[in-house]
Design a protein around this ligand. Sequence first.
Ligand code: ADP
Ligand code: ZN
Length: 745
Amino acid sequence: MNAIVQPAAYPSPEHDVMSHVRRTWGFDRLRPLQAEAIDAALAGRDALVVMPTGGGKSLCYQVPPLVSRRMSVVVSPLISLMKDQVDGLRACGYPAAALNSALSADERRETERQIASGQCRLLFVSPEKLLSDFFSGWLARFPVGHFAIDEAHCVSHWGHDFRPEYRQLRMIRDRFPSAAIHAFTATATRRVRDDVVAQLGLRDPCMLVGCFDRPNLAYRVIPRTRAVEQADAILRRHAKQASIVYCMTRKETDATAAELRGLGHRVAAYHAGMSAGDRRRVQDRFASEALDVVVATVAFGMGIDRSDVRCVIHASMPKSIEHYQQETGRAGRDGLEAECVLLYSAADVFRWEGLMTRSAVEAGAPDSVIQHHVALLRHMRDYCAPGRCRHRQLSEYFDQEYPRGNCGACDTCLAEHEEVGGATVLAQKILSCVCRVGERFGVRYVVDVLRGANTEAIRRNGHDRLSTYALLKGEDPRELTQVTYQLLDQGMLSRVGDDKPVVRLNEASWRVLRGQQEVRLWRSSSNVTLASQDAGDAWAGVDPGLFEALRDWRRETAVRRAVPAFVIFGDATLRELARRRPSSTASLLQISGIGERKQGEFGEELLRVIDALCREHGLTRDVPPENPAGGPRPRRTGPLPEVAARLFRKGWSVARVAEEMCRAESTVWGYLAEFAAREDAPLDPWIQAKTVARIEHEADRLGDQRLKPIHEALGGDVSYNEIRVVLRRRDKGAHEPRREERPGC
Ligand code: ADP
Ligand code: ZN
């Protein structure tokens, strides 16, 4: 620990960011804000970089040291991730290392040697490590150009995951006065951003706030009745793909994992109550694709870096939108389509309220902090209500305008909500039962009375003699519980008491009982279109057989090298290979995600896999990219993929388009609905004119735009898909998307 290395010439003679990006990662262009962040670091300027998960924050701190030839230090609380990050970089030929408590003495000495000799370009350290006087004193002898503070929201107690030790990172400013400091986070409201800047003492920082919307994610909120069965149905839409199911407690996590295993899923549980070794094993098996599903508490995620997670399910509501954004952020980090489903019941809200009040009292937190957390919870609850676009709500929560009329990728915009028929009468029955039992019992008891349960308590209270006893016999108790919580959510019923809460009537309840107020209730829908905004054509032209063969090759290679599969290649690269099917090592370099090192290392093996499958299936090779410049396909301005639109204009049937694009027919019906809303084409290639007329007639007669009543009025013989297409065309104009670009998007 003594050599002082002289700074390399700076700026480097080869001040060419793109040549490094191309050679090391094989990427053709930078994503929004990456160039700005890299330039700021190279100019020695502080920055706050806020980008959604998957936005590409890592590249912002990985590139500057290659250009400046001065080491960057990444401060990250995610020790379990560091090894994977270092492995991933080394696989690209990038000299990176980590220093944390998980290293052996030998490994630590070797890393220190690399730093001292100037070989290391990127060093990952934990906050605790950096805060040690001894270590930071030693590090200050070397020319550190730039510090990247990952998960910087941890510095603010207005955000989530507040960590007191993060505040001490302010010492970086004093110890390393000439280094630029960049704070990175995926979730930060304006208040958190300002706090991060102040707490870390950033100097005139460049504020780089990206677009929070994740267009490749489809969001849904579904009324929860039977969480495991619902999760099972959702996971089946993503068979053999990576998925995460979040539960609130360790006990629920274990139980849910066991049930899903019983239903045939390759699944494991993960929570903080497990030993470090067990947790590591689950992470490793998930990373090596030996597991498809992890059921976890929020403790999981801090340690995963699998970018091909296709589905994130919340079995209960998280306590803030920040948490929700962070946890759903783990879906689709590779930019490909993914689905996020929240199974919701207002019972979660009450549970959180109880937990928060108890833990705040125990911690002696001031009222203002408690109120702040209650306000975060209220925003989350508002998000769960039906009726508003989920993409819009999330963007607006983070102070960004959402420019699209219809996102095409949430349950609201896809009109999937199913209403409970006769909701007002059902609500009246529930409310009158609350009244009859004297407003002295909780939801479960009221439901028991309504369904005519034969319990000791009901007999003792003489409630089996009430007129509302067994009034809803035969109804599913879970559905009844769910709708009772919906009444609580909508303020048509009140809940009082902390220890043994009871439900009471309020003014709104009486309005409903007197027939002065209509009630709308929802049930979980089975009518799901798998669609997402921009990723709709992510499968276009991809040969599914070749993609699977490449995945098998990746899995075997990862096992052989004892690294996670994503360290070899991401799914986006495999899809590109299976679409363009390069025939030479030179043409491999044109594939996004293949840089020089990986071309040299894996090129021949890849060509062997591609050659064999293409020969067997008679596939053409060296298919040109969709846009000849070779860059990523252009961003769509609306939910409808142009590919599908082109084929519809030729009059192709839904089945034929689905086959051509390797998409499910249900997805293609979604594209057709958007096509119908945008273009004035007749619908007869897809729906018979007389069916169109019948649908329009019923929609006019009912004065209703909802699918289910129309479907029922037509006797159930016209599909939801056809109804949706016809309604979307009638809607034309009302939902026309505004076509301006978002700044930074
Ligand atoms: P974040 O840290 O913001 O969650 P990452 O840095 O992990 O996001 O990047 C997400 C994914 O996007 C990774 O698979 C990464 O390789 C890829 N990526 C990043 N920048 C680019 C780029 N300019 N072109 C193509 N892919 C990129
Ligand atoms: Zn929407």
